[in-house]
Design a protein around this ligand. Structure first.
Ligand SMILES: Cc1cc2nc3c(=O)[nH]c(=O)nc-3n(C[C@H](O)[C@H](O)[C@H](O)COP(=O)(O)OP(=O)(O)OC[C@H]3O[C@@H](n4cnc5c(N)ncnc54)[C@H](O)[C@@H]3O)c2cc1C
Ligand SMILES: N[C@H](Cc1c[nH]c2cc(Cl)ccc12)C(=O)O
Length: 522
């Protein structure tokens, strides 16, 4: 160890799920041996065991750790995710994509606005994005030689960045991976670099007279003292909510889904096509996720227990999956929806499910973790524990969670489906502050930076455009100005998108072909 005693040197991470190991590995990569890190994880209390789809921003995490795709992807059975496919949210048989592709604009108006005016294709996503056709065609975003799809994006080789710093073009894909394999991989990564790993149960949390954590007591390894304690204990919130009694702010008034049942379904990548997207299929009381991995399909029914019993949810999921899942064991999960009022209290920072969780729609859990870790480094305290750093951290983390909540509520409000009480109630349920007003604005002007949740929350305005136009339950009118503008450039843009998609379909391999090559080269 080097340096003086004016900074916080001794970090104890409690919990060894995705959050615990992402935190330990990132802090280690950031601070090296200037900060000593211990991870305490229980062998008895399992991890949540789901969490397989990501934001594209996650590449900054792997870059920061110096991990290229060819190293970590095969270890985690990872595949590419080019979009979320929303199936049956408007009506049975309908689908649309929310892709990783920047929305073009023409004469200062987003292409979605022009689509509303001219409807050059029945589906806005096919007309406005190259990706839609590529996903329908099962394509990889990379050529067999590893070159990235011909997008505006230029890969910056070996320059680690952070989510917040990155100002470049939209990266064209995210990943699906087995979360428990990633946690294992990061355990090896971290321990090889000096992170101490204690497998034990934390049975008590020691507080001083001010309510600051002095140590945790373990069942078999005694007392572990630290300066900063990171609570990665999942929905339990062992440090933040239990020991420090920080209140939990529920989002259930606007997001009723609070349960899930998951199955791991075997698949054979030599036979079954790997769809390069996460699919969210609307159901009677929620939706089912389908996530193709190299090893299996991850699937689960996310539902509201006020509307559906767990055994019925499991039956529906099994019917949906068919015979391939007959031998799979169901994992029933209760979800705590909302956030800890403050994620940083005294010398404890909650990261992961202990900090907050909306629901799995749009795969924001791992993004929350990644963002929180980057913020922790940015606001890392000195020995004086300046409260401004804590407050800055809490403010940015809270807004990411509240902003994402608003984005998810939009999905249910905007879904045309209203065939039962669950979907009808979604239209009348209380909305987070400000959303009702924004929805009104969006009826006459598609969402832009000035009319979406004002603080950084990870989602760009084009994502709101996709959900609003794709879900089909809210009428949106084109900007009146488009009547007065020459439409030629917009129509040319639509043609170019179609031509580019056709050209790419001719040369890009399928995901199966791409990963077979990666597997054979490993
Ligand atoms: C149904 C569902 C689907 C999801 N899908 C996605 C997705 O597709 N994409 C996405 O980004 N996110 C998803 N998430 C969220 C994602 O799973 C989590 O954000 C992620 O796994 C992080 O979990 P965690 O590490 O905070 O908690 P956990 O995985 O629950 O880990 C908690 C850890 O704390 C330890 N622990 C608890 N108590 C003690 C104790 N007393 N002593 C010692 N150790 C203790 C446990 O042993 C464990 O290691 C999903 C979540 C759910 C519920
Ligand atoms: N930070 C962004 C968020 C984002 C942009 N486009 C999409 C599409 C989907 Cl399906 C999820 C998130 C986002 C990023 O991850 O690139």
């Amino acid at each position: 160890m080097t340096g003086d005693a004016s900074t916080v040197r001794n970090v104890v991470v409690v919990g060894g799920g995705t959050a615990g190991w992402m935190t330990a590995s990132y802090l280690n990569a950031a601070f090296g041996d200037r900060v000593s890190i211990t991870v305490v994880e229980s062998a008895q209390i399992g991890t949540i065991g789901v969490g397989e789809a990501t934001f594209s921003d996650i590449r900054h995490f792997f870059d920061f750790l110096g991990l290229p795709e060819r190293e970590w992807m095969p270890e985690c059975n990872a595949t590419y995710k080019l979009a979320v496919r929303f199936q049956d949210w408007r009506e049975p048989g309908h689908h649309f994509y929310h892709p990783f592709e920047q929305l073009r604009s023409v004469k200062g108006f987003p292409l979605t606005d022009w689509w509303l005016r001219y409807k050059p294709n029945e589906r806005f996503d096919i007309a406005c994005f190259v990706m839609a056709a590529l996903i329908d065609g099962g394509r990889s975003p990379r050529h067999l030689d590893g070159r990235l799809i011909e997008q505006e994006f230029v890969e910056a080789d070996g320059v680690p960045s952070t989510i917040a710093e990155y100002q470049g073009a939209q990266f064209p894909y995210a990943y699906h991976f087995e979360a428990h394999l990633l946690a294992k991989y990061l355990t090896r990564y971290s321990t090889l670099r000096g992170v101490r790993h204690v497998t034990d149960n934390v049975v008590d949390v020691g507080l001083d007279e001010r309510g600051w954590i002095t140590h945790v007591d373990t069942a078999e390894h005694g007392r572990i003292a630290g300066d900063l304690f990171v609570d990665c204990t999942g929905f339990r919130g062992l440090l933040i909510n239990k020991a420090l009694a920080e209140p939990f702010v529920s989002y259930q008034d606007s997001l009723p889904n609070n349960s899930a049942v998951a199955l791991q379904v075997p698949m054979d990548m030599d036979k079954d096509p790997l769809r390069p997207c996460t699919t969210a299929t609307a159901q009677e009381a929620g939706w089912i996720w389908t996530i193709p991995l190299l090893s299996r399909i991850g699937t689960g029914y996310v539902y509201a227990s006020d509307y559906l019993e767990p055994d019925q949810a499991e039956r529906t999921l099994r019917e949906f999956v068919g015979p391939a899942g007959a031998n799979a064991t169901a994992n029933h999960i209760k979800m705590r929806i909302g956030r800890s009022n403050r994620s940083w209290v005294n010398n404890c920072v909650a990261i992961g499910l202990s900090s907050g969780f909306v629901e799995p729609l749009e795969s924001t859990g791992i993004f929350f973790i990644h963002y929180a870790i980057e913020q922790l480094v940015k606001y890392y305290p000195a020995a004086d524990w300046n409260p401004s750093l804590r407050d800055g951290y809490n403010d940015s983390v809270r807004h990411v969670q509240d902003g994402v909540r608003e984005f998810l509520v939009l999905h249910y409000k905007a879904a045309k489906r209203d065939d039962n009480a669950y979907w009808r109630d979604a239209k009348t349920r209380v909305m987070p502050d400000g959303l009702a007003e924004r929805l009104e604005q969006w009826r006459s002007k598609v969402p832009d930076a000035g009319s979406t949740y004002a603080r950084y929350h990870g989602l760009p305005p084009y994502s709101y455009n996709c959900i609003l136009l794709g879900m089909g339950g809210i009428d949106v009118a084109p900007s009146p100005a488009l009547e007065l503008l020459d439409e030629k450039a917009a129509l040319t843009e639509f043609h170019q998108i179609r031509d580019k998609a056709q050209a790419l379909l001719r040369v890009l391999p399928t995901q199966n072909e791409y990963f077979r090559r990666m597997r054979n080269e490993a």
